[in-house]
Design a binder for this molecule. Structure first.
Ligand SMILES: CC(C)(COP(=O)(O)OP(=O)(O)OC[C@H]1O[C@@H](n2cnc3c(N)ncnc32)[C@H](O)[C@@H]1OP(=O)(O)O)[C@@H](O)C(=O)NCCC(=O)NCCS
Length: 136
Protein backbone atom coordinates (compact mmCIF):
# COMPACT_ATOMS: atom_id res chain seq x y z
CA UNK A 1 0.00 0.00 0.00
CA UNK A 2 1.18 3.51 -0.79
CA UNK A 3 1.84 5.52 2.35
CA UNK A 4 3.36 8.90 3.07
CA UNK A 5 6.71 7.17 3.51
CA UNK A 6 6.83 5.36 0.19
CA UNK A 7 4.80 7.64 -2.04
CA UNK A 8 5.49 11.34 -2.36
CA UNK A 9 2.03 11.84 -3.90
CA UNK A 10 0.35 11.69 -0.51
CA UNK A 11 2.36 14.70 0.51
CA UNK A 12 0.99 16.73 -2.38
CA UNK A 13 -2.63 15.92 -1.65
CA UNK A 14 -2.13 16.61 2.04
CA UNK A 15 0.22 19.58 2.13
CA UNK A 16 0.11 21.15 -1.36
CA UNK A 17 -3.54 20.83 -2.28
CA UNK A 18 -3.72 24.51 -3.32
CA UNK A 19 -1.25 23.82 -6.11
CA UNK A 20 -2.18 20.24 -7.01
CA UNK A 21 -5.18 19.40 -9.19
CA UNK A 22 -7.03 16.33 -10.35
CA UNK A 23 -9.12 15.82 -13.51
CA UNK A 24 -11.94 13.32 -13.17
CA UNK A 25 -14.45 11.59 -15.39
CA UNK A 26 -17.24 9.58 -13.81
CA UNK A 27 -15.53 10.02 -10.44
CA UNK A 28 -12.36 8.40 -11.74
CA UNK A 29 -9.05 10.21 -11.93
CA UNK A 30 -7.89 10.70 -15.51
CA UNK A 31 -5.19 13.28 -14.93
CA UNK A 32 -3.35 15.23 -12.29
CA UNK A 33 -0.89 18.05 -11.77
CA UNK A 34 1.31 18.07 -8.68
CA UNK A 35 2.97 21.37 -7.91
CA UNK A 36 4.11 23.53 -5.05
CA UNK A 37 5.33 26.97 -4.12
CA UNK A 38 8.95 27.24 -3.10
CA UNK A 39 9.62 27.65 0.60
CA UNK A 40 12.97 29.26 -0.19
CA UNK A 41 11.62 31.74 -2.70
CA UNK A 42 7.91 32.52 -2.32
CA UNK A 43 7.86 34.03 -5.80
CA UNK A 44 8.64 30.70 -7.42
CA UNK A 45 6.44 27.70 -8.13
CA UNK A 46 7.41 24.27 -9.40
CA UNK A 47 5.53 21.59 -11.30
CA UNK A 48 6.65 18.21 -10.06
CA UNK A 49 4.47 16.10 -12.34
CA UNK A 50 1.67 16.51 -14.85
CA UNK A 51 0.10 13.38 -16.21
CA UNK A 52 -2.99 12.44 -18.23
CA UNK A 53 -4.25 8.90 -18.70
CA UNK A 54 -3.15 7.74 -22.20
CA UNK A 55 -6.78 7.20 -23.32
CA UNK A 56 -7.66 10.82 -22.54
CA UNK A 57 -4.66 12.57 -24.07
CA UNK A 58 -5.04 15.16 -26.81
CA UNK A 59 -8.32 16.57 -25.47
CA UNK A 60 -6.93 19.57 -23.64
CA UNK A 61 -7.01 18.04 -20.14
CA UNK A 62 -3.38 18.84 -19.32
CA UNK A 63 -3.92 22.34 -20.67
CA UNK A 64 -6.84 22.83 -18.27
CA UNK A 65 -4.84 21.52 -15.32
CA UNK A 66 -1.94 23.80 -16.20
CA UNK A 67 -4.25 26.81 -16.62
CA UNK A 68 -5.75 26.15 -13.19
CA UNK A 69 -2.28 25.91 -11.67
CA UNK A 70 -1.03 29.09 -13.35
CA UNK A 71 -4.12 31.11 -12.36
CA UNK A 72 -3.80 29.89 -8.82
CA UNK A 73 -0.11 30.70 -8.38
CA UNK A 74 -0.53 34.08 -10.08
CA UNK A 75 -3.01 35.00 -7.37
CA UNK A 76 -0.24 34.21 -4.90
CA UNK A 77 2.13 36.61 -6.67
CA UNK A 78 4.34 33.95 -8.15
CA UNK A 79 6.73 35.33 -10.75
CA UNK A 80 8.45 32.20 -12.06
CA UNK A 81 7.24 28.66 -12.71
CA UNK A 82 9.72 25.93 -13.53
CA UNK A 83 9.83 22.19 -14.17
CA UNK A 84 12.06 19.60 -15.77
CA UNK A 85 11.36 16.97 -18.37
CA UNK A 86 13.39 14.36 -20.21
CA UNK A 87 14.83 15.37 -23.61
CA UNK A 88 13.15 12.33 -25.21
CA UNK A 89 9.71 13.45 -24.01
CA UNK A 90 8.68 15.17 -27.23
CA UNK A 91 5.02 15.41 -26.22
CA UNK A 92 5.84 17.23 -23.00
CA UNK A 93 8.36 19.51 -24.75
CA UNK A 94 5.81 20.46 -27.39
CA UNK A 95 3.14 20.88 -24.69
CA UNK A 96 5.16 23.25 -22.51
CA UNK A 97 6.46 25.27 -25.46
CA UNK A 98 2.89 25.67 -26.67
CA UNK A 99 2.04 27.07 -23.25
CA UNK A 100 4.78 29.67 -23.35
CA UNK A 101 7.46 27.91 -21.32
CA UNK A 102 11.05 28.57 -22.45
CA UNK A 103 13.74 25.93 -22.34
CA UNK A 104 16.52 27.34 -20.19
CA UNK A 105 19.70 28.15 -22.11
CA UNK A 106 22.98 28.70 -20.27
CA UNK A 107 26.58 27.56 -19.96
CA UNK A 108 25.39 24.14 -18.73
CA UNK A 109 23.09 23.51 -21.71
CA UNK A 110 23.60 22.12 -25.17
CA UNK A 111 21.17 22.45 -28.05
CA UNK A 112 19.93 19.04 -29.14
CA UNK A 113 17.48 19.26 -32.02
CA UNK A 114 15.25 22.20 -31.21
CA UNK A 115 15.62 22.09 -27.44
CA UNK A 116 18.28 23.20 -24.92
CA UNK A 117 19.33 20.26 -22.76
CA UNK A 118 20.88 20.73 -19.31
CA UNK A 119 23.78 18.27 -19.17
CA UNK A 120 23.88 16.05 -16.10
CA UNK A 121 21.05 17.92 -14.38
CA UNK A 122 20.02 14.85 -12.42
CA UNK A 123 23.53 13.43 -12.03
CA UNK A 124 25.92 11.87 -14.50
CA UNK A 125 24.26 10.95 -17.78
CA UNK A 126 20.90 12.28 -16.61
CA UNK A 127 20.29 15.19 -18.92
CA UNK A 128 17.08 17.19 -18.57
CA UNK A 129 15.27 20.06 -20.20
CA UNK A 130 14.65 22.83 -17.68
CA UNK A 131 11.53 24.79 -18.58
CA UNK A 132 10.62 28.13 -17.07
CA UNK A 133 7.85 30.65 -17.51
CA UNK A 134 7.76 34.14 -16.06
CA UNK A 135 4.32 35.37 -15.08
CA UNK A 136 2.95 38.70 -13.89
C1 LIG B 1 2.29 15.73 -21.84
C2 LIG B 1 0.82 15.39 -21.44
C3 LIG B 1 0.62 15.79 -19.98
C4 LIG B 1 -0.13 16.19 -22.36
O1 LIG B 1 -1.47 15.91 -21.95
P1 LIG B 1 -2.73 16.18 -22.93
O2 LIG B 1 -3.96 16.24 -22.09
O3 LIG B 1 -2.70 15.23 -24.04
O4 LIG B 1 -2.37 17.64 -23.49
P2 LIG B 1 -3.36 18.69 -24.13
O5 LIG B 1 -4.37 17.98 -24.95
O6 LIG B 1 -3.85 19.64 -23.10
O7 LIG B 1 -2.34 19.53 -25.01
C5 LIG B 1 -2.07 19.16 -26.28
C6 LIG B 1 -0.72 19.75 -26.67
O8 LIG B 1 0.32 18.96 -26.11
C7 LIG B 1 1.27 18.63 -27.14
N1 LIG B 1 1.07 17.22 -27.50
C8 LIG B 1 0.17 16.36 -26.99
N2 LIG B 1 0.31 15.15 -27.57
C9 LIG B 1 1.32 15.25 -28.45
C10 LIG B 1 1.95 14.33 -29.34
N3 LIG B 1 1.56 13.06 -29.43
N4 LIG B 1 2.97 14.79 -30.08
C11 LIG B 1 3.38 16.08 -30.02
N5 LIG B 1 2.81 16.98 -29.19
C12 LIG B 1 1.80 16.57 -28.41
C13 LIG B 1 0.94 19.56 -28.29
O9 LIG B 1 1.59 20.79 -28.08
C14 LIG B 1 -0.54 19.70 -28.16
O10 LIG B 1 -1.03 20.87 -28.75
P3 LIG B 1 -1.91 20.76 -30.10
O11 LIG B 1 -3.09 19.90 -29.72
O12 LIG B 1 -2.29 22.16 -30.41
O13 LIG B 1 -1.00 20.10 -31.09
C15 LIG B 1 0.51 13.88 -21.64
O14 LIG B 1 0.96 13.47 -22.91
C16 LIG B 1 1.13 12.96 -20.57
O15 LIG B 1 0.51 12.69 -19.55
N6 LIG B 1 2.34 12.43 -20.81
C17 LIG B 1 2.99 11.53 -19.86
C18 LIG B 1 3.47 12.25 -18.61
C19 LIG B 1 4.41 13.37 -18.96
O16 LIG B 1 5.29 13.23 -19.79
N7 LIG B 1 4.24 14.52 -18.28
C20 LIG B 1 5.03 15.73 -18.54
C21 LIG B 1 6.28 15.78 -17.76
S1 LIG B 1 5.99 16.40 -16.13
Amino acid sequence: MATERNSIYHLFTKFFSNTSFVAEEDHRMIGFLLGFISQDNPKEAYIHLLCVHPRFRGYGIASKLLKEFIENVKRKNIRRISLITKPINKRAISFYKKHGFKDYKGPETKKIGDVNVFKGYNGEGEDMVLFEKFVK
